[in-house]
Design a protein around this ligand. Sequence first.
Ligand code: CMX
Length: 434
Amino acid sequence: MILHEKIAAQLPEWRARVTKLVKEKGEVIVDKVSIGQVYGGMRDIKSLVTDISFVDPATGIKFRGMSIPEVLEKLPKPEGATIPYVGALFYLLLIGEVPTKAEAEAVEAEWAKRAKVPAYVYDVLRAMPKDTHPMVLFSQAVLALEGTSEFARRYKEGMKKDVYWEPTLEDALNLTAKLPVIAAFIYHLKYGDGKEPEYDPKADFGANFARMMGVKDKGYEDLSRLYFILHSDHESGNVSAHATHLVGSALSDAYYAFSAGLNGLAGPLHGLANQECLGWLISVRDQFGGVPSREDLYKFAWDTLNSGKVIPGYGHAVLRVTDPRFTAQLDYAKQHFPEDTLVRIAELVYDVVPQVLKEQGKAKNPAPNVDAISGTLQYYYGVREFDFYTVLFGVGRGLGVMANLVWARALGQPIERPKSVTTAMLEEAAAKAE
Ligand code: CMX
C-alpha cells in the first residue's frame, strides 16, 4: 500500500534526526513559562511536536508548509471538480509531498475498500434515545468500532515498538474511511428515515459524503471536499487534536483516542461555535428582514456585546489575522452563490464587526475565524440542522488527528505527563521573583 511504503522509506531519516536532537541537545531551553500561562490553560507553552501542520499567528494554518490557497491550487482534483480530492490532502498530511493524481486516487481506493460500517454500530446508534446529541452518537460509533482495532490486536499478540505505526496506519485508514458513512447515517437517523448509506467505490470521499447525505446539488460535492480539507488539522494544541494525542499517548488505539477527541470537539468554545455563528447571522436576517444597513449592523453587534455575549465566529486563541479558512469559504460562496442573503450578511459582518471589536478593545484578534461562515455554506445547500454541524467538523478533524497519531507512533512519542504545581508553589515563585 502506497502510504505504508512512503512512510517506511522516510522513517530511518526521521528517527535519526529526532534521536540526535533529543540525545545531544535535550537540555537546550526552548521557552520560559510564566505563572499566567500555567494558570491560563497552558496558552502558547511550546510542549508538543508535529511536522504535519503549523499555525503562524500572522498568516494562519500551513499544512506541511503549504498555505490553504496553495493546497487548493496544487493538490489533484477529481474530473470536473474545483476542489481537490480529500485523499490528496490525507496523502499530503501523512507523506509531506503533493501527490500525483494516481497517488491521491490510491488513497481514495483504500478508503472505498474500508468504508463498510459493521451492522452492530448502526444498532448501537438506533438503540439510543431519539433526542441524543449527534456528537454523542458520533463519538459512540467511533468507540463501538474499537473492537476492530488492528493496533489493539497486534499489541495483545506482542509487537515491537518500531512497528507500532504500521497497525496504527491500518486503523487510521479504516477509521477515516468510515467517518463520512457514520456521519451520513447519523444525519438520516436523527432527521430523516434512518436509512443506511451506501459508499460508491467509483466516487471519491467528498462526492460520497454529498451523495450519502442526499443533497442533490452537485455543488455540495465540492463544498464537502473543501469543508473536510479546511477542518482537518490546526496544529496540535487545540482541544480535539490534543485530546486525541493525549489519549493516544497511553497507547490507547485510534478508536479510543479519536472518540476522546470528538468529545472535546463537542464543546461550545471549540467545534460548537459554527452553529452559534450561523444562529447569530440568522438573527440579524430576521431582525432586519434581510441584509441590514451598516449602521443597523453596527448597532446590533454592539447590542450583542453589551448584553454580555461574544460575537461568535470572531477572535482566536492563536491567530492574529483573518483566518485563511474563513477566506477560502467566503471566496467559495462569492464564486458560487454571491446573492444568497446569509452570504451577503456574512460579508457585511466581516466589514463591520472587526471595527466594533477593536472599539471594544478586548479581543486580541478582532478578525473572523473558520466558524464565521462555515454554517452559512451548509445552510445554502439545505443542511440546516444546526446540531449536526460539529459532526461535519469531526469528519474533517479525523484526517488531521489520525495522520498525527501515525507519526506519533512512528517516532515513538512518549506518554504525556506534564507536571502540576500547587497555588502556594506559584505564590512562592512569585515572591522569589520580587
Ligand atoms: N466577541 C466578544 N468578545 C470577545 C471575542 C468575541 N468574538 N473574542 C474574544 N473576546 C473577549 C474574550 O471573551 C475575553 O474577554 P474577557 O477578558 O472578559 O474574558 C477577551 O476578549 C480576550 O480574549 P482573547 O484572548 O482575545 O481570546 P481567547 O484566546 O480567550 O478566546 C475564543 C478565543 C475563540 C474562544 C474567543 O475569541 C471567542 O470566544 N470567540 C467567539 C467564539 C468562537 O468563535 N469560537 C470558535 C473558535 C474556533 C475554534 O476553536 O473552533
